[in-house]
Each structure stands twice: as C-alpha cells, then as structure tokens.
Design a protein around this ligand. Structure first.
Ligand code: SF4
Ligand code: SF4
Length: 435
C-alpha cells in the first residue's frame, strides 16, 4: 500500500485522533510494555505514516507492531474523540494480508474453519489423540503440554505449567437434538454456540440450554452453523470472515427463531457488529445482517431484560467475583445483566474486583503469539481477582475462561473459573434436587 491508497473512510477515522493519550490509561498492552507503539495513539501514527507513503505494509516491523494488539476495544471506551480503533486495526490488517498473503499456518487453519465437516473430524481426532502431547490436570479439568513438547515450546507459551481446556471427544451439537423443546414454550430462539462451546466447553453450552428451557424458551441449535469469524477477521482474512458470516446468516434464516442467543462476547459482537461491517456492501446480505444484528442477545440480557427469568432458589455457596469480557462489555454493552443474575443466586456472595473490565490478555491466539505480554496482563488480572478473596471467578466468554483458567493457575490462587450461566444452572439443579 502506498500513500493515497488507504480507504478514504479510514483516513477520516485517523484524522479524528487528537493525540491526547487517554487511551494509554486503559490499554493492557501498553501497561505491560510501556511502549508508545503498543497503544492506539502510536498505531494510529503508524497508520498515518502508511497512508502518506512513509511506511509500507510489507515492512516486518510495521506488521509486527500492528499485530501487537488484542483488538479488545478498551481504548475506544476512553477515547474522547470517538475514534473507531477497531475499524482502523481490522482495515490495516486486511490490507497487510491483501498485500502479503496469509502465513501458511494461518492459511491452513482458516481454510479448515470454512469446512465444518473437516473441522469436526480434526477436533474429534485431536480430542482422542491429545494424550500424546498433553497430560491430564484432573483438578482443573484441563491439560498441560508433556515433555519434550513442553521443553521445546517453553518460550512460546507452550510450557509444562500452561493449562489449556481439553477438547471434548463429544462436541456440544452431537449431544443435543437440533430443536430442544421446552414445556409451555413462550418463545423460540437459536443458540449460536461458537467454536468454544462446541468443542471445549460443551457442558457449559448444555447449562445455557437448560437455563433457557427451564424458562420456557425452545432452543434451536442449528447444525450448519460455523465459526463466527472473529479469529479470522482479527488476523486480516476478511474474505473468509465474509464467507463465514454469509453461511451463518443462511443458517439462522432457516431456523425459524425470533432471536439469536450467544454466551460468548466475541460471537455476540460478531452478530451485532462485525457481520454488518464485513457485509455492508453486499446487496444480498447487508439487510439480513442488520436484521439479525438487532435480534442478537447475550443470554444474560435475554433472561433479565426480555423474558424475565425465573428467580433461582437453590443455594450455591460460593464467594464469586466477575470478569467483564472485553467484547461483551465494550462491544455488546453487557455488564449489569450477568451481575444481576449472580446476585439473585442464593448462597452467592458477590465481590467486585478493582478493575473487573480490565482485559484478561486472551485476545484469541494473542496468548500464543505474544506469550510474555499476555502473561503479564494475566498476572495483573489474577492479582486483582485474588484480592477479592473469591474462590470462583465468573465470566461470560469461553475465551476468557480459557485465559483465566491458565492465569489463575500460574499467577493466582487456582480459583475455579465458571461461566455465570453455569452458576444459575447449578442453582436450578439444586432446586430440582439433581445436584
Ligand atoms: S484494542 Fe486494546 S490492546 Fe489494542 S490498542 Fe486498543 S486498548 Fe490497546
Ligand atoms: S484516546 Fe482517542 S483521540 Fe486520544 S490519542 Fe487515543 S485514539 Fe487518539
């Protein structure tokens, strides 16, 4: 990309930056690295240099700097000028990929994401063969790399002390019928499971379905749904993101559901915002994307604000703190609702962290590509959570659950990490005498 080749809309976005530096106070990468190039203001300056032709998008240092960002949107919440830094970052990364192509490993992984049958087979095979590379950590229901892989991968975030959730040999959509009926159903919703509930946390997905059916909501779990596309979009593969968005929209159009429900901030944000962005110039899909954007809810919002959920009565004795997932709070604007739910559960003592909406450092694959910075961010989150004295960290995003699981193990008190919906499901089960 040379000067003048930037999308004019992007140039207008760059021009909005006042260089005030307010974004520095909230940027987790800046807090870890204390480097101007890490924060939004620095990256906007680099983008402006690219736009004027002073820097090029095939320069390795420029590429590395622009990929050293979690796309957590924290800077956008602090920005007095309303800079849409997410648009800037995603456009620049797409331009990098357009110019240089995708690295072969990303290209291979993203190719499989578009082929659900192959992805399914790969994940099931991975679940069966994981014992060759990983050892069990039963106390955490997680796995850690075995030697010699742990020794070889130590500096790249693959050391023996890392905890990863184990892929399930029986993914979520293999465990439930496509339509899960509810007695005296008042409404039918479609559950967009995303890859994490599907392959890593199927029990949490079952909890979500249980809570909905207990509230007289019939749940469609469409079989043809695919990845939400967030992982490919943040890596600059806009073409694959568009393909996935179109497929998912087609699936939901056939579901006969009134609303889409998610339990993951990144999936929900994709439906509310990113699908509309990537399909805005697609005459066949722009309107459909907008239609579903207005009908997508995080499950907490559906329960508290749309249907008025049945108050839990079963006691769940736990001291709980809550971590705000970045995409859930900063993109979907959901923060009150999960707390409302937690506070209604008998036996739960709720304690806030000092910075509950500070990023956990996950950023999808950021924990692998930028292990040291991600670990530093996780360390601060673990310390904040430990300071509350809570034995359970609840959150609303499976990707955050993965990062918190590892972060509390390496830097914290080894607290239990749960999705808030599982605590509500526990309470319902206690009332029913089945837990
Ligand atoms: S998106 Fe997050 S990591 Fe990236 S610059 Fe903004 S605050 Fe920092
Ligand atoms: S807070 Fe907004 S306007 Fe201020 S430097 Fe950061 S991006 Fe620019």
């Amino acid at each position: 990309m040379k000067g003048g080749e930037l999308d004019p809309k992007l140039q207008a976005e760059l021009d909005k930056c006042l260089r005030c530096g307010m974004c520095m106070a909230v940027c987790p990468v800046y807090a870890a690295e204390k480097d101007e190039a890490a924060v939004a203001r620095g990256k906007i300056a680099i983008a402006a240099a690219v736009a004027s032709g002073d820097l090029a998008l095939d320069d390795r240092e420029v590429i590395d700097t622009l990929f050293n960002c979690l796309v957590c949107k924290s800077c956008m919440t602090a920005c007095p000028s309303g800079v849409r830094f997410d648009r800037i970052m995603l456009s620049l990364r797409a331009a990098i990929v357009e110019k240089n192509g995708l690295p072969w490993l990303k290209s291979a992984i993203f190719h499989i994401l578009k082929q659900p049958a192959r992805l399914d087979t790969a994940m099931k095979m991975g679940a069966r063969l994981q014992g060759l590379v990983f050892r069990d950590n039963p106390g955490y229901r997680a796995i850690s790399p075995r030697s010699p892989f742990a020794m070889l991968g130590r500096d790249a975030g693959f050391g023996a002390d890392r905890l990863f959730p184990a892929p399930s040999p029986r993914p979520l959509r293999d465990r439930v019928p496509e339509v899960v009926t509810a007695p005296r159903a008042k409404m039918r919703v479609a559950f967009f499971t995303g890859c994490s509930f599907q392959y890593f946390y199927p029990e949490t997905g079952l909890d979500l379905i249980q809570v909905l059916t207990e509230n007289q909501v019939e749940v469609v779990v469409p079989q043809g749904q695919q990845c939400c596309g967030t992982p490919v979009l943040v890596h600059g593969d806009a073409a694959t993101a568009r393909t996935l968005a179109r497929t998912n929209i087609d699936v939901m159009e056939r579901s006969n559901a009134r609303y889409i429900v998610t339990g993951c901030g990144s999936c929900g944000s994709a439906w509310q915002h990113e699908f509309r962005e990537v399909l805005r110039e697609d005459p066949a899909y722009a309107e459909k994307a907008a239609h579903w954007a207005a009908r997508t809810y995080d499950v907490s919002t559906l329960l508290t604000d749309v249907i008025g959920y049945r108050r839990p009565t079963g006691a769940v004795d736990a001291v709980v703190t809550y971590h705000d997932p970045c995409h859930l709070k900063k993109s979907m604007k959901v923060a009150r609702e999960p707390r409302d739910i937690l506070r209604t559960i008998p036996g739960v003592t709720f304690r806030e962290m000092s910075q509950p909406d500070a990023c956990c450092g996950s950023g999808g694959s950021y924990g692998l590509t930028h292990f040291d910075t991600s670990s530093d961010i996780a360390r601060r989150k673990a310390a904040d959570a430990a300071g509350t004295g809570a034995g359970t960290i609840a959150t609303g995003c499976p990707a955050c659950m993965m990062q918190l699981l590892d972060g509390t193990h390496r830097f914290g008190n080894g607290q239990t990490v749960r999705h808030y919906i599982s605590l509500l499901a526990d309470s319902y089960r206690r009332t029913a005498g089945i837990a």
